[in-house]
Design a protein around this ligand. Structure first.
Ligand SMILES: Nc1ncnc2c1ncn2[C@@H]1O[C@H](COP(=O)(O)OP(=O)(O)OP(=O)(O)O)[C@@H](O)[C@H]1O
Ligand SMILES: [Mg+2]
Length: 66
């Protein structure tokens, strides 16, 4: 059984990314679920919460400054 959970709100800074990252982490670590986080936000805050900027740069074989 696959569940799709979306965190969407028109207002900025209301905790969408925080909720997404913590929910995904809890489902994986505490409940043994396989979780795929799809970060559609160009700010990539969710992505950089789950992997370091260095690791991200290596993955995409590019240079970036943060
Ligand atoms: N439950 C909470 N209690 C207190 N602070 C929170 C809570 N959830 C998120 N925050 C804080 O609120 C701020 C905004 O959170 P977050 O970046 O998750 O929002 P967002 O909706 O993803 O923002 P954006 O629209 O810019 O993507 C962050 O500083 C975060 O640490
Ligand atoms: Mg966000």
């Amino acid at each position: 059984m696959v569940f799709v959970i979306s965190t969407v709100n028109m207002k900025g800074g209301v905790g969408k990314t925080t909720l997404t990252v913590n929910l995904a982490t809890s489902l994986a670590k505490n409940h043994g679920k396989r979780v795929l986080v799809i970060d559609l936000d160009s700010q990539i805050n969710g992505t950089l919460s789950l992997m370091s900027p260095h690791e991200f740069a290596k993955t995409w074989n590019c240079t970036m400054s943060i």
